[in-house]
Design a protein. Structure first.
Length: 277
């Protein structure tokens, strides 16, 4: 994120204009004001710049009005109108209410291949490529019919004509399936790359789980023979439940859960049973 030296509004406008390679006349035309007025702004000869002019300048150079006013040295805008972003009211509402995970949306938007993916989806939705594929398939169908006709009229060439007709038929492509497959593959590749960048928390979780299990078993088998401890399914279940915050759980549901887990452990083959067989 670029950071500029402190400056007045006029200095900021001049710097941005020159950086964009625009003359005063060209910029004035773009934002809809007189070139003389813009020139006075750059020289600091105007007492106040209207909000509409500031907004037009901010949009032209993709900076914040705070940056133009000298209130911040960082030009990047943080606040945008929904219309500027091209979002529908429902899309914005989903982001605002967190119905859609904004962090995931950010990762997608920042991914270098996401723009390509959206273009692929756009073409898929408006049948840009499907129309071409349909025309190609129609052309191949005509060729297929011609080749089959040759085979019927010329017995010497019938086998070669049938083989050629078969090859032409195989060249046909599903009108939309090819595009859809490309979209799916690209999206999954993006998600995998996002996951690789984010890393994995599985190993710490496994280590924490192993530590909890060791503590539970240590408590359950305290004072018993280390080589052949005796632990009931109910004891194991209660020990597991003690590691969970169940203060807000419904007692009846909790009891059902306890019975279910205990039944699960009862159905597992026990080490002692294996030794006895």
């Amino acid at each position: 994120m670029a950071e500029y030296l402190p400056g007045t509004t006029g200095e900021r406008i001049t710097e941005l204009r020159e950086g964009a390679g625009l003359t005063i006349e060209e910029l004035a035309m773009k934002i809809g004001i007189n070139a003389t007025t813009l020139g006075r702004m750059e020289k600091g000869q105007t007492q106040k710049i209207g909000d509409d002019v500031l907004t037009a300048l901010a949009r032209e150079f993709h900076v914040s009005t705070d940056f133009l006013l000298g209130l911040t040295s960082i030009p990047d805008r943080k606040n945008y109108d929904i219309a500027e972003l091209g979002l529908s009211a429902q899309a914005a509402r989903n982001l605002y209410t967190r119905k859609v995970n904004a962090d995931v949306v950010n990762l997608l938007l920042e991914h270098p291949r996401f723009a390509t993916l959206t273009a692929m989806i756009e073409y898929y939705l408006d049948d840009t490529f499907a129309a071409g594929a349909a025309v190609q398939n129609q052309y191949l169908s005509i060729m297929n019919s011609i080749l089959l006709g040759i085979g019927q009229n010329d017995s010497e060439q019938s086998e070669a004509a049938r083989d050629a007709a078969h090859a032409v038929s195989l060249a046909k492509v599903p009108v939309r399936q090819t595009e859809l497959t490309k979209i799916q593959n690209t999206f999954m590749a993006i998600v995998r790359e996002m996951k690789q960048a984010a890393g994995s928390n599985l190993e710490p979780a496994k280590a924490a789980t192993k530590e909890i299990i060791n503590k539970v078993m240590s408590e359950l088998t305290k004072g018993q023979d280390a080589l052949s401890p005796s632990v009931t399914p109910e004891q194991i279940t209660d020990a597991i439940l003690h590691t969970v915050d169940n203060a807000e759980l419904d007692p009846e549901k909790l009891e059902e859960f306890r019975d279910g887990v205990a039944a699960l452990f009862k159905n597992l083959p026990m080490a002692n049973d294996t030794h006895e067989q």
